[in-house]
Design a protein around this ligand. Structure first.
Ligand code: GLN
Length: 348
């Protein structure tokens, strides 16, 4: 198993690994991407609550983890930020494990909306929210997470993220409290869905869970691990722990592909062609099934709420290495060859 604990003094293996990773062509490529897009300073930091506005515009990190557990990272990959909407994809997976496909689909559809993530719109025929990636669908999905009380449900969510990333996660309490104090729109959606029987009686507990899941702190490395675990059929490629039952990986990944990038999902799939999920904290998690997970972090967002530098990085990676899932031709560069320079993990 790979060593991910970092190099202590005298730990020759780790030192060798980190030197190898530093000089690997793929890492150099990522570091060039970082320099190429660092000057891009358009876009805006989310400021619908004051805590998010504290992010620094220069923060920028890129991490890639292969399905055999090689880790490449450049820039601010240890900087913590809140996961926000990226959590929705993984909570959908947990809801599927808790109830199975049919029941979950009776409460939330899997159809893209072409509308903003916070739009208040339900499918007129069935009263279901459109998909688990818009807020209404995410709240209906959070409602399905089992547990005897709010604490137990949150613990199950945090345990799940730990299986994916290999480390403990905390909630950013000020972000959670602000989301809770100001989330009137989300609250309105939840009560509308209660009216239609799409969520149960524990509305306030479920809203708390939703605000908490959005406030989980992660870094770019975690986002790459989340994606790499999905790319690896649900098994964390570093710890070898299973994070989600294999049968549900395709559910999560296909909804990421069709609905993961808000109302830019169509264009993203066309240009980048990787199942992905973004969050207003500035993160993007993207995967190449069977090969790679990518995590990017830069808090400057475009008008649709996607990280601008993150979009550019994924677009370049897709083009340069031919990673678009529907691309039958090979890219200019062959990923296998470029990562071959590293036989270990980065100095994490
Ligand atoms: N907490 C945010 C909300 O519910 C999540 C938004 C996001 O990342 N798009 O509005």
């Amino acid at each position: 198993m790979s060593n991910t604990t970092g190099s202590g003094m005298g730990d020759l293996q780790s030192l060798t690994n980190s030197i190898t990773a530093v000089t690997s062509p793929f890492r150099l490529y990522l570091s060039d991407l970082l320099q190429k897009y660092q000057p891009l300073d358009e876009g805006a930091i989310a400021d619908y609550i004051p805590e998010l506005a504290l992010a620094l515009p220069e923060w920028f990190g890129i991490c890639a983890v292969t399905t055999v557990g090689q880790i490449f990272e450049v820039g601010h990959c240890k900087q913590l930020f809140t996961i926000q909407s990226i959590s929705k994809a993984f909570i959908f997976g947990l809801a599927l494990e808790d109830h199975g496909r049919e029941y979950v689909n009776s409460k939330v559809s899997v159809e893209p909306t072409g509308e903003a993530f916070n739009s208040i719109v339900l499918d007129e025929a069935t009263n279901r929210p459109y998909n688990p990636m818009v807020n209404a669908g995410a709240i209906a999905t959070a409602d399905l997470i089992k547990g005897n009380n709010g604490t137990e449900r949150l613990k199950r969510v945090l345990d799940m993220f730990k299986r994916y990333t290999g480390r403990e996660h905390d909630i950013n309490v000020p972000v959670f409290l602000s989301e809770r104090a100001t989330g009137f729109r989300n609250r309105a959606m939840a009560y509308l869905m209660r009216n239609f029987g799409m969520v149960g009686d524990n509305i306030d507990e479920t809203l708390d869970l939703y605000f908490q899941q959005c406030s989980i702190m992660v870094n770019a490395h975690d986002l790459a691990m989340l994606a790499a675990t999905l790319a690896n059929g649900g098994i964390n490629p570093v710890t070898q722990e299973r994070a989600i039952q294999e049968q549900y990986v395709q559910d999560v990944v296909s909804v990421m592909l069709t609905c993961g990038m808000y109302d830019a999902s169509g264009e993203w799939t066309y240009r980048v062609g990787m199942p992905a999920k973004s969050g207003v904290g500035g993160g993007i998690t993207a995967l190449v099934p069977g090969q790679l997970g990518i995590g990017t972090f830069s808090p400057l967002l475009d008008a649709k709420g996607n990280s601008l530098r993150g979009l550019k990085v994924c677009e370049d990676l897709s083009r340069d290495f031919g990673l678009h899932i529907f691309n039958a031709a090979t890219g200019d560069r062959n990923l296998e060859e470029w990562i071959a320079g590293s036989n270990g993990t980065d100095d994490w």
